[in-house]
Design a protein around this ligand. Sequence first.
Ligand code: ADP
Ligand code: MG
Length: 561
Amino acid sequence: MSDAELTDGFHLVVDALQLNGIDTIFGVAGIPITDLLRLAQAKGIRYFGFRHEQSAGNAAAIAGFLTQKPGICMTVSAPGFLNGMVALANATTNCFPMILVSGSSDRAIVDLEQGDYEELDQLSAARPYAKAAYRINRPQDIGTGIARAIRAAVSGRPGGVYLDLTAEVLGSALNAEAGRKSLVKVVDPAPSAPPAPEALARAIALLANAERPLAILGKGAAYARAEAEIRAFLEATGMPFLPMSMAKGLLPDDHPQSAAAARSYAIGNADVVLLAGARLNWLLSHGRPPLWNENARLVQVDISPTEIDSNRAIAAPVVGDIKSTFAALNAAMRPGQIRRQAAWMDEIGKRKQQNIERMAARLNADPSPMNFSSALRAVRNALAAHPDVYIVNEGANTLDFGRNIIDMNLPRHRLDSGTWGVMGIGMGYAIGAAAVTGKPVVAIEGDSAFGFSGMEVETICRYELPVTTIIFNNNGVYRGDPAGRPYSPTGLLRDARYDRIIEAFGGKGYHVTDTPGLGGALAEAIASGKPALINAVIDPTAGTESGHIQNLNPRSAAQAR
Ligand code: ADP
Ligand code: MG
């Protein structure tokens, strides 16, 4: 008995992850997970160590979106865990598969609130913000616990999963043979879910009678990698489509059927709308007037049955995974059954043309200092030579203008603030995307948005990642303050030299004040394949309060009268 081979919790966790194809971990080291991270790295898992758990979690979440495998973030107990929770909640909200794995302190002491080092009932704290939350209390349960976490993260509607690992479990020994047998290789973690034939028939019948049909594509369709099936469907039916921001590139933005430049007209006048992996939340005005026509009838394709009717009645729900659903639609439609609507397409085409002409003057102007439009034009032109670059985008005006001006040609290449409109995802998403794709990343950041994750510039430099960060520097949240003190609640330091931050870590900094300078710096930075940061000075008066969503600010009822 005494010479029986032993293993322990550290080894079993790493073995269970590797057995299930996990090859990358994001995290921040500390008690009690430091040795776990060392062991994972020694066994060949790539480890990316961050400066703050929120960014590590954001990297894991976007890795999940890009790979369809759960992104793994590991943190220390209590405060480190809570720092990671914002990312876990954001992943759940956006339907990205990730697993936040946190070490936790002595259960006996925590549960009696006797005051342990980093004491917190982490499992209870995580539960409301996660799709699922589990704790592993015995080393022989590690295999099952990790299998459950993986399945919960990627099956059905993906989301964030919390997995609590007690310090005690990590250190516990177990007979090696029993340990090996306890591991679980998850078979078919995200089973395909083809829709019911009667649901398909109902949807086709509704679309066949439409005179002004419109498809709205969401990031669920991007996640599902359904671009080939969706494109075949749209091109066979000639239907116009609108991409939600992270669905841009599913079909190229310059596709003739894109109605993006006539968005309000298309949504307001469609008689049948086909939603594919997009929720009718605030980003789509909840499907209600005045943007929407209240008589429009809706088809909704979604993997989550309870999404249907969440905001307005859905005439033809199609519950299933998007890839199987569009393959089935393509097979079930008779040629010409869903008719091309030439008059509707012409009308959309006219509106697109008008709007593009209206935008052109602003886009082609060259004010000094730069404004959002002129700076983004320079960025767009430099990016045109690099369609494979991944774009990360956050900020208020930087996000609103960026979404409209930067065209996407490839699916899943635009990563942005998403469902919550959250700030702080920038460097985490950029690092996660660079880590799992090996491709160049350009993060287009408002100066305020950048600040939430700015210290991760060190992480980018330490791993020598091909990330270029562009800061749209207008000295403030929304815009800068006029001269004088004190700084207002939205003011940031005037003339901050963000470019010097990256120089402190050996990266390349650029300070640019005009469009040729910005375009040249971006072209050089992408070509270098090295960490770079471009401080792009924008007019401090450019930008509107709250960007395009000023209406969401509460107004005093007294003032309104
Ligand atoms: P967007 O913000 O782009 O509108 P949302 O995040 O609101 O997109 O909606 C994504 C939707 O896609 C969610 O309702 C989710 O349930 C759904 N979804 C995610 N993966 C799949 C899939 N494989 N098949 C079908 N629906 C999916
Ligand atoms: Mg700003």
